[in-house]
Design a protein around this ligand. Structure first.
Ligand code: 13P
Length: 257
């Protein structure tokens, strides 16, 4: 049984003051829980130092939502993975569908970012998943395969071994429409099979594959109980402490706690 990861992606929400309040509530909420996995929150860049400070003695980790392709240099507006490590981050989300669309990031960017994240000693959470029209046209598996094949074989084995995958069907993000546990499990099992082919069965078996897309307290346990679903990447419901804590409880229940 893999340890779950319950990760909150705060997106463009929570400036430093609000972020500190939310982080405090979450860290208080997990106090006394015998955690069978890990909990992560990913605030916007400017809120990271304050949140990392609040979480310093907590089991809750702090991460970032993206990072630069480069370690340093003339790249206005960018933030390097090593800087994120310096201010207390442990994880960095890479390739979120919103960045694929809004910033037109490509496989080359994702490979560069994952390399940077790992060189800084952090863990990358690599997102992938199909759009609604892909699913309607029966192309979900093809898109997932293309997303994984475009990046995984280009990583060194050591880098691939610490990677976390996050399957996020775009039609389920922020829509309230969740993939059914069976729909998600089918893609997660396929992702593990593709990963085994690309990186070997050992890496694939150890790899945590999160599900993202309208995860809520009332569907978390059922989703996370599926064999190949090792936790969640949560957007909207991670912005309310009670909801995120409910999702963590769902993960705990799925882990047999
Ligand atoms: P929602 O949980 O709001 O659907 O967002 C999912 C997501 O994009 C997490 O990265």
């Amino acid at each position: 049984m893999r340890r779950y990861l319950a990760a909150g992606n705060w997106k463009l929400n929570m400036g430093p003051a609000e972020a500190v309040t939310l982080a405090r509530k979450i860290s208080m909420g997990v106090l006394g829980m015998d955690l069978r996995g890990e909990v992560l929150v990913c605030p916007p860049f400017v809120s990271i130092p304050a949140v990392a400070d609040v979480l310093e003695d907590s089991v809750v980790h702090c991460g970032a939502q993206t990072c630069a392709n480069d370690a340093a240099g003339a790249h206005t507006g960018e933030v390097a993975a090593s800087m994120l490590a310096e201010v207390g981050c442990s994880h960095v989300i890479v390739a979120h569908s919103e960045r694929r669309t809004d910033q037109r990031e490509s496989d080359d960017d994702f490979v560069a970012k994952i390399e940077q994240v790992h060189d800084a000693g952090l863990i990358a959470v690599f997102c992938y998943g199909e759009q609604l029209e892909d699913r309607k046209a029966g192309r979900a598996a093809d898109v997932v395969r293309a997303h994984l094949e475009g990046v995984l074989p280009r990583l060194t084995r050591a880098k691939a071994d610490t990677l976390v995958l996050a399957y996020e069907p775009v039609w389920a993000i922020g829509t309230g429409e969740t993939a059914t546990p069976d729909q998600a499990q089918e893609i997660h099992a396929l992702s593990r099979e593709i990963t085994a082919g690309l990186l070997g069965p050992g890496v694939a078996d150890r790899m945590r594959i999160l599900y993202g897309g309208s995860v809520k307290p009332d569907n978390a346990e059922e989703l996370f109980s599926m064999e190949d679903i090792d936790g969640g990447l949560v957007g909207g419901a991670s912005l309310k402490a009670d909801d995120f804590l409910g999702i963590i409880r769902g993960a705990q229940a799925a882990a047999g706690a």
